[in-house]
Each structure stands twice: as C-alpha cells, then as structure tokens.
Design a binder for this molecule. Structure first.
Ligand SMILES: NC(=O)c1ccc[n+]([C@@H]2O[C@H](COP(=O)([O-])OP(=O)(O)OC[C@H]3O[C@@H](n4cnc5c(N)ncnc54)[C@H](OP(=O)(O)O)[C@@H]3O)[C@@H](O)[C@H]2O)c1
Length: 182
C-alpha cells in the first residue's frame, strides 16, 4: 500500500518538527515554502528524507501553487492531511478545491494567530474536508508573558493532530490583555 500523503503549508519554519514528525509517522510529506536553503535544512534533519517532497513555491502565486499541489498529488496520491500556517485564505481555498477533487475524506488543521480567536475569517471548505482550528496563544510565567517558542508551537500542533479536536489552543488566550507586547 502507498504511504499516506500529507501537505504542510509553511512547513519549513516553526512547523519544521511537525513536518519531520509526519515523516516519522510514515507519511509522504509535501512541504510548501519559498526558500531552498530552508528546504535543504529540513531534508538534512530528516531520518526519512525520501519521504519529503519539497514544493518551492510562493503560495501567493496561485497558478504555481495549483501546479505544485497537482504535481504532488500526481506523484504521491491523494492528500489525507493538511497542516497550514498561512494567513492567506485565497491560497487555502485553492488548496481545498484541488485536494477535494481527489480526496473523499481529508483533515485540515489550520493554525491561526491569537487575534483570530476573537475575530475570525471564515474559510469555505468542501464537505470532504474535516476542518480543525489551532490557535496560537501565549505563556505567562513568573508574572511575565511571552509568545510561544517554535518548539512549543510544534509540540502543540502535533498534540492537536493526535487529539483531533475541532478546536484547540496552544498556550493561553485569556486574559487576552496580558498578552505580550511585541
Ligand atoms: N502566538 C505565538 O506565540 C506566535 C504566533 C506566530 C508566530 N510566532 C513566532 O514567530 C516566529 C515567526 O513566525 P512566522 O510567521 O515567520 O513563521 P515561520 O514558521 O517561521 O515562517 C513561515 C513559514 O511559511 C513559509 N512561507 C512564508 N511565506 C510564504 C509564501 N508566501 N509562500 C510559501 N511559503 C511561505 C516560510 O518559508 P519561506 O520563508 O522560505 O517561504 C516558513 O516555512 C515563529 O518562529 C514563532 O516562534 C509566535
């Protein structure tokens, strides 16, 4: 049987460990990001580099995005799981439309910044898509608040994928006025 195919949008940045975890779970992982050096760094860290399909595209270039996802599906089969860190809803709608043509059931973990917990944009997804929201919060420790580290974000996203809850928060969002000032 072919391995399952996952797509990680923005998978070479703070989601790097999520991309690597998915390969360890046996997924073929198509990863979107623009920088070649970030892709190479990720491949060099992988225990299973053969399971990584680097898609060096700018997701704001919609024709290249569409071509990249179609090519990934053509090579590695329908996509079963998407993890995304992008604020670009048009890019996500394109991904949704292409993936839904081939996948009868797939999961989409959409990572969002803290503000969107209080004022969210609605994304239209197809009926074959099981959509989950993961909000990135902040941490209060020793009376001091700070944003999440890359490690906390990646570990939190992995837990949210395993738990498969419709909505999850990494860190905290309340009291919101205590969030770090940038
Ligand atoms: N609540 C919180 O605590 C919180 C929330 C958000 C972020 N952060 C922190 O802030 C840091 C920076 O955040 P960040 O948003 O820059 O995330 P990042 O994960 O460091 O970078 C974004 C990812 O998306 C890719 N990307 C960005 N624009 C793209 C485009 N147009 N087309 C294709 N791929 C694109 C990047 O690769 P390329 O640049 O190569 O394209 C990278 O893989 C993070 O490291 C995190 O620790 C904290």
């Amino acid at each position: 049987m072919n391995p399952k195919h996952a797509l990680v949008i923005g998978g070479t940045g703070m989601l790097k460990d999520v991309s690597l975890w998915l390969t360890n779970e046996g997924f073929i992982v198509s990863i979107i990001g623009r920088s070649k050096s970030k892709h190479l760094d990720l491949v060099n860290k992988a225990s299973h580099p053969e399971l990584i399909n680097s898609l060096m595209v700018d997701y704001n270039n919609h024709s290249l995005l569409e071509e990249g996802i179609r090519d990934a599906i053509g090579k590695h089969g329908p996509i079963a799981l998407v993890v995304s860190w992008t604020p670009s809803l048009p890019s996500l709608e394109i991904a949704n439309n292409i993936i839904s043509e081939q996948s009868r059931k797939w999961k989409f973990f959409q990572i969002k910044g803290s503000r969107r917990y209080f004022n969210d944009d609605s994304l239209n997804v197809s009926s074959s898509c099981e959509h989950r929201s993961i909000y990135l919060g902040f941490v209060i420790e020793n009376n001091h608040s700070r944003w999440l580290t890359n490690r906390e974000i990646a570990q939190g996203v992995i837990k949210s994928v395993i738990d498969d809850s419709k909505q999850s928060i990494i860190g905290r969002l309340h009291p919101y006025e205590k969030r770090p000032k940038y």
